[in-house]
Design a protein around this ligand. Sequence first.
Ligand SMILES: Cc1ncc(COP(=O)(O)O)c(C=O)c1O
Length: 392
Amino acid sequence: MIDIDRIRADTPAASRLAYLHNAGAALMPAPVVETMKRHIDLESEIGGYAAADRESARLEAVYGSVARLLNTAPDEIALTENATVAWQMAFYALPLRAGDRILTAEAEYAANYVAFLQVAKRTGAIIDIVPSNASGELDIHALERMIDQRVKLIAITWVPTNGGLVNPAEAVGKIARAHGIPYLLDACQAVGQMEVDVEAIGCDMLSATGRKFLRGPRGTGFLYVRRALLQRLEPPMIDHFAAPWVARDQYRLRDDARRFETWENNYTARLGLGAAVDYALNVGIRPVEQRCRMLADRLRSGLGSIRGVTIRDLGHAPGAIVSFTIKGYEAEAIVSSAAAAGITIGASDPSSTRIDAEMRSLPVVVRASPHYYNTEAEIDRLIGLLTDLVPR
Ligand SMILES: Cc1ncc(COP(=O)(O)O)c(C=O)c1O
């Protein structure tokens, strides 16, 4: 059971705001903020290099924390400045050629898709979109049918940015493994919201961010790369940390996933990320997942009774991102009305998930994303506000 009072005491802004924007950037718990303040103070007292030296054990422990979160080993983790850089490092390292096929899903995130387009333009690789089933999830049978010798990558988003859909990441992993195809999973909106076990999923590469459901600081992210693949991937860009300069005309890539990192880093943010992961593990990911779903389901059921509301979430068991539109109201106007009432929610633009948005003719959708530190009363406040907004 989650001790909500204790959790909310660790989250002071939660008493002032109904904060339902965790798919954007969640509120950091106090231990994360304190960890970062301490390190900034230390840097200001003894200098950045000495501070990193003094905290080297804690900095090293961040890899262990992220590895525990994902059920893997620290040497398979690279720390990055966001999820996009993590994903790019993996994707651009893959040797794609003319005619190679990339299989992706309908709700793929914009940053990933434009990278597919760039590589397709440069190399002649082909992007193929796996259709969704009747409930809106990636259709596993269609994926199986699309596999052939030319498929050189399966790259999908587990939980898209624009709604509650949870794609069948594990079933995709089974197919990728059976056919020996590299599998890159964007888990940006999944980490911190649900159990993420790279062994159970069977992905070879996984990217995520710190600031969303993990409740870490902005400017943090990480990449997991399976050891067997790691040794074969040359990062698209390297520096002398990723690949020490061992002779005048020679570099040697590091053996671990840190070959995808660079020398200079924001150590304050890294320590904050580590504290956020430890905090999440302490609360317990399973109870977090249950509570997120309970709150999101409560919101969906309340929204369902408001005139003019269309819930836009896909999938048979949607997660903690609740997306909807209200007939006659712009999403931005709804977000502003909520803000004026002390309720923080967001919006998702069609260009973030263009294929899905075009297929469903989606306008900008309102995105409300509760987390375990929210209460039923906060959900009901949002439902009440929207009920009052729409004339009966
Ligand atoms: C599904 C998904 N993937 C990737 C990203 C990019 O994450 P970041 O902004 O940390 O690079 C986002 C951000 O919203 C996202 O929702």
